[in-house]
Structure formats: C-alpha cells, structure tokens
Write a new protein. Structure first.
Length: 289
C-alpha cells in the first residue's frame, strides 16, 4: 500500500450494572463540568519503550467541610465508553464513511467499501480536494501493524480478553520490525494497543467488538486518566513508540479532539498541537466526483 504513504503523513472484567454505569457517567460529567476540584498533572511526553496498558487507580479522599472529589479513573472512562458503544445502533449502508477533522480545517473524508475499495476527498490528499478513487485492487483494512479483510474485522471476538489475545498473537506473528530490529515484548504490547485504538476510532467493526476493544484498553496496564478536555477525557496510553495522549468522549464512544489516533491507512497519526475529531458511519451515498 505504498500509494497510501502520503495519507499517513497528513495526519477480564464483567460489564458493569446500569446503576454503576449511571454513577460513573455522573462522576465523569461532574469532573468535566468543573464541579469537582481535582489536581491536574502536567505530562511531558518523552519517547520511551512502550509498556503494557491498564487502568490507573484514583482514591477519593474526603475533605473537611466539603464533598469528596469525583473518583474518576481511566478504567471508569473506558468502561462507560464501552457501554455507550455497545448500545449505539450501527446503522447500515454500502460505504463506511470516516470524517477526520483537524481543528477548524476542512475535513478529510474516506469511503470504504466492504471489499476494500475506497475513495478519499480532502485538501492535501490525492484529487486536490475532489473525490478520488484509488484504482489499485481492493486493499485490506489496516489496524496499526495488522491488515485484515472486512470479514476478519467483523469476526473479531466480542470478549475483551479473547480480543486482546487474538490481536496480540497476530502482531507477534506479523513479522513487524522496528528500527532496532525485532520488537521487544513490551513493544509488541504497544503495537497490540495501537490496534485497539484503531478499532475504537475508525475500523468498521460491530458495536460489540468496539465495546470489547474499549474494555480491553481498560484492562491494560499503564492507561492513566489525565483529566477533562474539550472533547472528553484525556488518557495517557503507552503505544509502541512511547506514551501518547488520546482523548475519548465516553458519552459518544468516539475519539474527539485528540492529538493521536490510528487511521485505517496504517501507522500512527499525530498532529502539531491541534485536536482531531473522528466520526464514522455507514452510508449509501458517495459525493459527486
């Protein structure tokens, strides 16, 4: 998929009860609205070897004369997002339509057919802002280091442990190499986490698989809640190249206003200080060429 390089550059736990989900959602809303004071942690992103990802634990301590702060953890955020994803109707259509919006810029759009044929439109992409169809033979979908057909994506396990095991095994068997040679076990964990980020942000999987991906992220060691942002909750996630910040909106189960995401065109995408919002849905329409 050499034709796709320039696109790349532009850019177990049981399900909680409804009462637990409602309580967590209320805590998240309270934290994001500023009603519950919390200390902010400043994060310096330094490239380090990727570590395995898991939920951080935050203990709420009562303060004299006031209510305790909201007990919001990365695990809370991801489990609420999982429940939202599972309850969101998938819709139907011929094309999986992804819209990637960087800050206030015009969006970049991608339309994928089930056989891997796809179209793109956006400033800086092939086609000069007009709809462009890739005329190469249909391509598999790319999730970080992995390439899968539509049927393989749709057939992924809906149990979070089985899903992570499947992805981690596929990454280990993919023959992926780093600049230093064969990846370490921790780096393989980081690559597997990248596939999970792709599943929750762009991949045309079922709501059940997307929910399982969120729960698998919640179970990985190293995921840390960094507090609210305009798009949702900021999470520090160790990927193959080091710790990165990903923003998840638990109320929509989407990646919003994030500086890092994993596109279906391969690799990991970063922005230079601007947040990226990703929307994806099925549609029967292609715009006019």
């Amino acid at each position: 998929m050499d034709d796709l390089r320039e696109i790349r550059t532009v850019l177990a736990k049981p399900e909680p009860s409804p009462e637990v989900v409602a309580r967590r959602r209320g805590q998240l809303h309270a934290a994001m609205s500023g009603r519950a004071p919390r200390r902010r942690t400043r994060l310096l992103l330094v490239p380090v070897a990727a570590a395995a990802v898991a939920a951080a634990v935050v203990v709420a301590v009562a303060r004299p004369g006031g209510a305790p702060p909201a007990a919001t953890t990365a695990r809370d955020v991801l489990l609420v997002a999982a429940t939202t994803a599972e309850r969101t109707p998938e819709g139907s259509g011929t094309y999986w339509h992804i819209t990637v919006t960087v800050g206030s810029r015009p969006p970049s759009e991608y339309w994928y057919r089930r056989d891997g044929q796809f179209w793109i439109r956006g400033k800086g992409l092939k086609g000069g802002g007009k709809l462009f169809r890739f005329t190469t033979k249909p391509q598999p979908f790319t999730l970080g280091p992995l390439r899968m057909s539509f049927d393989e994506l749709r057939g992924l396990p809906v149990d979070e442990d089985a899903l992570y095991t499947r992805l981690r095994s596929a990454v280990a068997g993919s023959g992926i190499r780093t600049s230093a040679g064969a990846p370490s076990e921790k780096e393989l964990d980081g690559f597997a986490v990248e596939t999970l980020i792709s599943l929750v942000s762009e991949a045309p999987v079922t709501p059940q698989v997307r929910a399982a991906a969120y729960r698998a992220l919640a179970a990985r060691p190293g995921v840390t809640d960094l507090g609210e942002s305009g798009g949702g909750r900021r999470l520090r996630v160790p990927l193959s190249g080091g710790d990165r910040e990903v923003v998840v909106d638990p109320d929509t189960a989407r990646v919003r206003d994030t500086p890092v995401w994993v596109p279906l065109t391969g690799g990991v995408a970063f922005t230079d200080g601007e947040g990226v919002t990703i929307d994806a849905e099925w549609t029967d329409e292609l715009p006019a060429e």
